[in-house]
Design a protein around this ligand. Structure first.
Ligand SMILES: Nc1ncnc2c1ncn2[C@@H]1O[C@H](COP(=O)(O)OP(=O)(O)OP(=O)(O)O)[C@@H](O)[C@H]1O
Ligand SMILES: [Mg+2]
Length: 268
């Protein structure tokens, strides 16, 4: 089982969309995927079930239960539910998690490890995708402690790129507790290559981070938004669309990168 967290302190850069739509593509490629929503906004679960259904979940039915010392979970796996799509399960969250998303994560004691411990108790999944909130607080930290890889979605614009040093600093800090954590790459999202500014920023990112930028670029495309309105990953909404095709390409690139890294580690 390989765990990837999608992280960036920039809001609206496409973290949740990357998780939701790539889950569809991974499932289409035969992977068994667990989505873990660790953002108190609860957007990932809402993408499948709608806002009302997710907001009405009790704390004990969500990821918040993992963080709550007072919650008695006879079996933490009970927070995992089907999405309705074959090969995709989800551990949803909602506002109950907000109380645990503290700004100084390294001071949260054993809570730093609750996601890692939860995942260690699971079997039967090939991939775990964790959707993080737009900050580097306790929830993103717990995700990095639990993960094998980080993907950093980045829109090719000023505000998207300027927060990146803080993200890399947080990854370096997390590696002191989780030395196995690796950067899978930056993912250029919401890109409109007709715009000179987007083309220039993409180039800036590739010059600065070289191979640490995934080759696949996710464009700004209505199909992603419409699919979510239909409560589906784009793969299941419109598999023939360019958006679905590029998301499959992304999923394949991620799987190749993981296979490549694993082979190199074994050879070393
Ligand atoms: N490639 C895309 N094309 C079109 N719209 C997109 C794309 N990616 C994301 N969006 C839209 O932009 C908005 C923000 O995207 P998303 O929720 O994925 O970002 P996020 O990084 O998870 O946000 P937050 O920081 O609030 O968690 C959503 O309305 C989503 O539908
Ligand atoms: Mg989000």
């Amino acid at each position: 089982m390989t765990t990837i967290c999608f992280i960036n302190q920039k809001g609206g850069c496409g973290k949740t969309s990357s998780c939701l739509h790539s889950a569809g593509a991974f499932a289409a490629l035969g992977q068994s995927v667990l989505l873990v929503d660790i953002d108190p906004q609860g957007s990932l679960g809402q993408g499948f079930f709608g806002p009302a259904a997710v907001e009405s979940l009790a704390s004990s039915q969500t990821v918040a239960a993992l963080f709550d010392d007072d919650a008695f979970l006879s079996d933490p796996q009970h927070i995992i539910r089907p999405t309705g799509f074959e090969g995709i399960m989800i551990a949803p969250t909602n506002h109950h998690l907000a109380a645990f998303n503290q700004p100084s994560p390294e001071k949260t004691g054993m809570r730093q490890f609750v996601v890692r411990d939860f995942l260690e108790g699971l079997s039967g999944f090939d991939l775990v995708l964790i959707d993080c909130p737009p900050n580097l607080y306790a929830c993103s930290w717990a995700a990095m402690i639990a993960a094998d890889y980080v993907v950093i979605p980045v829109p090719p614009e000023d505000f998207g790129i300027h927060g990146l040093p803080a993200v890399h600093q947080a990854i370096d800090q997390a590696r002191t507790l989780n030395p196995g954590l690796r950067r899978l790459g930056h993912l250029v999202t919401r890109c409109d290559r007709r715009l000179v500014v987007h083309r220039n920023y993409e180039q800036t990112l590739r010059t600065a981070y070289r191979r640490m930028v995934l080759e696949t670029v996710i464009p700004e495309a209505n199909a992603f938004k419409i699919a979510v309105t239909a409560r589906k990953p784009v793969e299941f909404f419109d598999p023939q669309s360019r958006a679905a095709e590029l998301t499959r390409q992304l999923a394949q690139e991620i799987l190749h990168r993981i296979a490549d890294r694993t082979a190199r580690r074994r050879a070393a």
